[in-house]
Design a protein around this ligand. Structure first.
Ligand SMILES: *[C@@H]1O[C@H](CO)[C@@H](O)[C@H](O)[C@H]1NC(C)=O
Ligand SMILES: *[C@@H]1O[C@H](CO)[C@@H](O)[C@H](O)[C@H]1NC(C)=O
Ligand SMILES: *[C@@H]1O[C@H](CO)[C@@H](O)[C@H](O)[C@H]1NC(C)=O
Length: 437
């Protein structure tokens, strides 16, 4: 097809022209959904494998602020931070959308050798994954086990947060903490905080809780965001800041901090990116056992923002509910593996992202080169800090100090002993002189 030779943007223009000629408008959406793969069909190669990373759905506030008129638990029926019915519905819809998109990769029946789902160990992400799978795998035929329920159980894997270095990215990494503190102590960062000093003061005064960091401002913004979404009248003081450019900026900016430098990105999100890229590699080399076609990660807004920023594709914003990143692997006629990235954060069909320095369809090996700086070679080792970068207490130099004090004490004792000895000798000599005199 001629289409395969034309560049993506040219195709988009051709599509738009044909569209305006035919006056499709709304109709174009429908015709696209019939096109099994939608936009991806225009990318070169055949779709072989996909990684899907999404944020959970609509939830309740995490933690109201002290002066919050809506802080009573009775206003938030499912509980702090929990998924709501809206959230379940949103993920069910996304699951249906994923079914359409990946119908060529996944059989209608659940097959454990095709898909693997992993979630952070948090109620709302576990429940989102399950709601999503209800849309992706509605039971049909022999899989109907109870005709009252159009649902079947599908396994969702997880691991405790403190061990999760990949999807939750909560596992302890002292080197990350160190580099983050260096960033926060930098002149650039301090100047930025200073710029919003008045805002932070205003938020602290009115919310009854100190707001000193971008993250704390983001939490407050998020509570207000959810309360507004739930039609709760916000206190008058919020009108001065909520929805305004400053609070929105500060709140969005907070999402970029954990991956602000390449070093931070490498330690925070490198393991996830490496997981994805090396699995693509295994797939190509026929080393993936079982030879699956879809991996799903159920996670958070921070995961989405961190991953986009690590890929140098983050535009400051708050990833909305069910925001979804897709890494798709295609193989062309020459068996060459090509990766495309999609970010779906609205109900519109996502377009392939322009991978910096590589475009919308990037050879897998090129991707490894492009992101070499953020792919950890040995994360565990890289997370350890060399003693040179540590403060006195952190380095746990207690033992060394004790030894040093011991040595000094011993030297003092010896010299004192020698002094006493020589004095005595002198004294003895003097007395003998005296006696002689
Ligand atoms: C902060 O508030 C703005 C609306 O003013 C909203 O668009 C954004 O999603 C909020 N950010 C978070 C993290 O809740
Ligand atoms: C808030 O009010 C709007 C407009 O009346 C409505 O569409 C929306 O569903 C309400 N939100 C909730 C959570 O009830
Ligand atoms: C969606 O993502 C784009 C690209 O990162 C961003 O510019 C935009 O603000 C996002 N919109 C929403 C609603 O999240």
């Amino acid at each position: 097809m001629v289409y395969y030779q034309t560049s993506y943007s040219v195709k988009a223009i051709v599509f738009l022209c044909i569209c305006s000629l035919l006056g499709c408008g709304n109709a174009s959406l429908e015709s696209r959904s019939e096109d099994v793969e939608g936009v991806p069909a225009t990318l070169p190669g055949e779709l072989k494998f996909a990684h899907v990373i999404f944020r959970h759905g609509d939830r309740m506030p995490l933690d109201p602020y002290p002066t919050d008129p809506w802080k009573n638990r009775k206003y938030w029926p499912t509980g702090w931070g929990q998924l709501t019915n809206r959230g379940k519905q949103q993920h069910y819809e996304l699951g249906k959308w994923l079914r359409k998109r990946y119908n060529s990769l996944l059989s209608t029946r659940f097959d454990v050798d095709q898909i693997y789902i992993q979630s952070t160990d948090v109620d709302r992400t576990l429940m989102s994954a399950q709601s999503n799978l209800a849309g992706l795998y509605e039971p049909v035929g022999e899989d109907v086990w109870n005709d009252q329920i159009k649902w079947q159980p599908i396994p969702v894997h997880t691991m405790p947060e403190q061990y999760d270095a990949i999807i939750g990215a909560k596992a302890d990494c002292p080197a990350f903490d160190y580099y983050l503190s260096i960033l926060q102590e930098s002149a650039e960062f301090k100047a930025k905080l200073e710029r919003f000093k008045d805002l932070f003061f205003y938020l602290s005064q009115n919310s009854g809780r100190p707001v000193k960091t971008f993250m704390e401002a983001q939490y407050l913004n998020n509570t207000l965001f959810i309360e507004q979404l739930y039609n709760k009248t916000l206190p008058v003081w919020t009108q001065k800041v909520y929805g305004g450019a400053d609070l929105t900026y500060v709140s969005n900016f907070a999402f970029s901090i954990n991956t602000y430098t390449r070093q931070l990105a490498r330690l925070k999100t490198g393991p996830l990116l490496k997981d994805i890229l090396t699995r693509f590699n295994k797939k190509i080399e026929k080393q993936l056992h079982p030879d699956r076609t879809v991996f799903v990660y159920s996670a958070h807004d921070t995961t989405i923002a961190n991953l986009l920023n690590t890929l140098n594709l983050f535009q400051l914003h708050s990833p909305p509910y069910t925001a979804c990143i897709m890494f798709e692997l295609r193989v062309d006629d020459q068996n060459k593996p090509l990766v495309s990235l999609f970010y779906k954060n609205t109900t519109a069909e996502p377009l392939p992202m322009d991978i910096p320095g590589c475009g919308v369809s990037c050879p897998l090996e090129k991707l490894f080169q492009l992101y070499e700086d953020v792919l950890p070679v040995d994360w565990d080792t890289e997370c350890q800090r060399s003693t040179l970068t540590m403060t006195y207490e952190e380095a746990n130099l207690g033992a060394a100090t004790a030894m040093l004090i011991g040595i000094i004490a011993a030297l003092l004792c010896i010299s004192y002993g020698l002094m006493v000895y020589y004095r005595r000798r002198n004294y003895t000599m003097h007395t003998s002189y005296g006696q002689m005199a």
